[in-house]
Design a protein around this ligand. Structure first.
Ligand code: GLY
Ligand code: MN
Ligand code: MN
Length: 435
C-alpha cells in the first residue's frame, strides 16, 4: 500500500491544527523532540525507547534525539540525529513514505541538532530534552498548548485510522494464536509467546505489557506476570499490537469446555452487553451515558444470575455493581493506549469530570466522527473490593456462597476498538476477530 498520499494529507491537517493551536496560545513556532532515552537510576541500561507522542503525531521516524521545527506558513523541518556509531546500529534514512513531507537536515551530533534549531523567537518546546530547549530560549512544555494539541489528537485522520485498523488486524492474529494455545492447554508464558510470535514483534514492541491471565489472575486488572501453570479453565487475554506506533487494545475471555456453567452464563451475558454498548456508539452521544447504561445492564445480569438482589437502579445507587466492574467502559485509543483528552470538554483545557457514581470513567467526551475508543466491560470477582460489601449493612443481599465459588475463576473482560463515523460506528476489531 502506498502510504505517501495518506500521510501527506495527515501532515497537512496536523500542521493546520498546530497553527491554530499556536495562534490560540500565543506562540509563533513549535519545536518537538522525538525524545531522550530513559536510563534506569544507578544503572547503565536504558528502558526500551518510546518516541514522544507529540512528535509521533507528525512524524513516523524511529529513534531518539530527532527534532521537528514547525513554523506557520513554512515547510516543516526535521533535524535527523544521525551519528556515526559502532556500538549501536544506525540505519540510513533511505526513502521512507513520509520523507517528502519534511525539509530534512542530517546532524551527526546533539550539538549539531540544536545548532540547526537555532533560537526561534516566541516558540514553545515539547519533549524531555529540556536543558537544550531552555538554552535555545524556548518555553518548555506549556500546559495551554499541550492541552490544545491533546484535544486535536482525538480526531483521527484517515492515515491514523489506517494504522489503528492495521494494529487491530495484527492484534487479532495474536488473539487467534493465543486462544488456540490456551485451548491446547498452554501456560500463561506459552500463550503470551504464541501471541508475540503471531504478531511478529518483540515483547516491548507490543502496545503494552500483555495481560495473559489464567483463572484468578484475571481479577488483577493489569496482571503482567506469566506463570508456567497449564490447563487453565479461563483465559483473560488483553493484548494489542502496534503499527507505526498506533496501538490496538483487545481483550477476549475464553473458557475451556469444562468451565463452570454459571461463569459461562455470565460470559455470554457480558458478551451481549458489550455488543449493545458497541452499537450505541455514535456521534453526539456522551460516552458516560453508554457507561451508565452498561452498568444498569450489568446490574440486571448480576441479579438474574443470583449474585445480588437489587433492581439495576438500586444496584448503581448503592454501588453494588462497582466491585464487579471497577473500571470505566473504555478510553480513547491512538498513539497512546490510554489516549489523551478523555476528560477534556474543550481545547482550552476545560474538563468534564466523571459523575460521582462512576468515578473511574476515563472518558467523559461527547463522541464525534474520527474518535476511536475501546469498549471493554468486565466482570470480576475481586476479594478486596467485595470485602466492604461482605462486611457491610447490605451483606445479606449478596449470595456469598455463589460468589466464593466463582472467585477462583477470576474474571472476564471483552474489549473491542471502535471508530466513530459520521453515521454511527465501525467496530474495527470484530472485522478481524468476530468473536
Ligand atoms: N489494556 C489495558 C486496558 O484495557 O485499558
Ligand atoms: Mn486492554
Ligand atoms: Mn483498554
Amino acid at each position: 500500500m502506498n502510504l505517501t498520499p495518506l500521510f501527506l494529507e495527515h501532515l497537512k491537517v496536523r500542521l493546520a491544527y498546530a497553527e491554530k493551536a499556536l495562534a490560540a496560545t500565543g506562540f509563533d513556532g513549535l519545536v518537538i523532540s522525538s525524545g531522550a532515552p530513559f536510563t534506569y537510576f544507578a544503572d547503565d541500561q536504558q528502558a526500551p525507547f518510546h518516541t514522544v507522542p507529540h512528535f509521533r503525531h507528525y512524524c513516523p521516524i524511529e529513534g531518539p534525539h530527532h527534532v521537528l521545527k514547525l513554523r506557520p506558513g513554512e515547510r516543516p523541518q526535521l533535524i535527523r540525529y544521525a551519528p556515526e556509531d559502532f556500538w549501536y546500529e544506525q540505519l540510513p534514512l533511505g526513502a521512507p513514505f513520509w520523507a517528502t513531507g519534511f525539509e530534512i537536515t542530517e546532524a551527526p551530533t546533539l550539538d549539531a541538532v540544536w545548532e540547526a534549531i537555532g533560537k526561534p523567537a516566541h516558540s514553545a518546546y515539547l519533549g524531555n530534552e529540556t536543558e537544550r530547549a531552555q538554552a535555545a530560549g524556548l518555553e518548555l512544555n506549556p500546559a495551554s498548548l499541550t492541552t490544545y494539541l491533546d484535544w486535536g489528537r482525538s480526531y483521527k485522520t484517515p492515515y491514523e485510522i489506517q494504522a489503528l485498523e492495521a494494529a487491530t488486524a495484527l492484534g487479532a492474529k495474536g488473539h487467534i494464536a493465543g486462544r488456540k494455545a490456551f485451548l491446547a492447554g498452554a501456560s500463561e508464558l506459552e500463550i503470551h509467546y504464541a501471541f508475540v510470535q503471531a504478531v511478529g514483534c518483540l515483547d516491548h514492541q507490543l502496545a503494552f505489557g500483555s495481560i495473559t491471565a489464567l483463572e484468578p489472575k484475571g481479577a488483577t486488572l493489569h496482571y503482567e506476570h506469566k506463570r508456567s501453570y497449564r490447563n487453565g479453565k479461563v483465559l483473560l487475554l488483553d493484548c494489542g499490537a502496534r503499527v507505526r506506533d498506533y496501538a490496538s487494545d483487545i481483550t477476549r475471555t475464553t473458557l475451556a469446555p469444562e468451565c463452570d456453567a454459571r461463569f459461562a452464563g455470565l460470559l455470554k451475558g457480558l458478551e451481549e452487553l458489550q455488543q449493545q454498548a458497541c452499537a450505541a456508539l455514535q456521534p453526539g452521544v456522551p460516552f458516560g451515558d453508554i457507561h451508565h447504561q452498561m452498568q444498569l445492564k450489568l446490574g440486571s445480569l448480576l441479579s438474574s444470575a443470583g449474585i445480588f438482589k437489587a433492581s439495576p437502579e438500586e444496584a448503581i445507587e448503592r454501588g453494588f455493581t462497582r466491585p464487579f466492574m471497577p473500571h470505566g467502559l473504555g478510553h480513547h485509543l491512538g498513539i497512546m493506549v490510554h489516549d489523551v483528552a478523555g476528560r477534556l470538554s474543550s481545547p482550552d483545557g476545560t474538563t468534564q469530570p466523571p459523575p460521582p457514581e462512576h468515578p473511574t470513567l476515563r472518558t467523559t467526551r461527547i463522541l464525534e466522527p474520527g474518535h476511536v475508543l475501546t469498549v471493554e466491560p468486565g466482570l470480576y470477582f475481586i476479594p478486596m473490593l467485595l470485602r466492604p460489601f461482605r462486611e457491610g449493612e447490605h451483606a445479606s443481599r449478596f449470595d456469598w456462597k455463589l460468589i466464593d465459588e466463582l472467585i477462583p475463576l477470576g474474571g472476564m473482560r471483552i474489549e473491542d476498538n471502535v471508530l466513530i463515523t459520521a453515521s454511527g460506528n465501525r467496530n474495527l476489531t470484530r472485522e478481524y476477530l468476530p468473536n
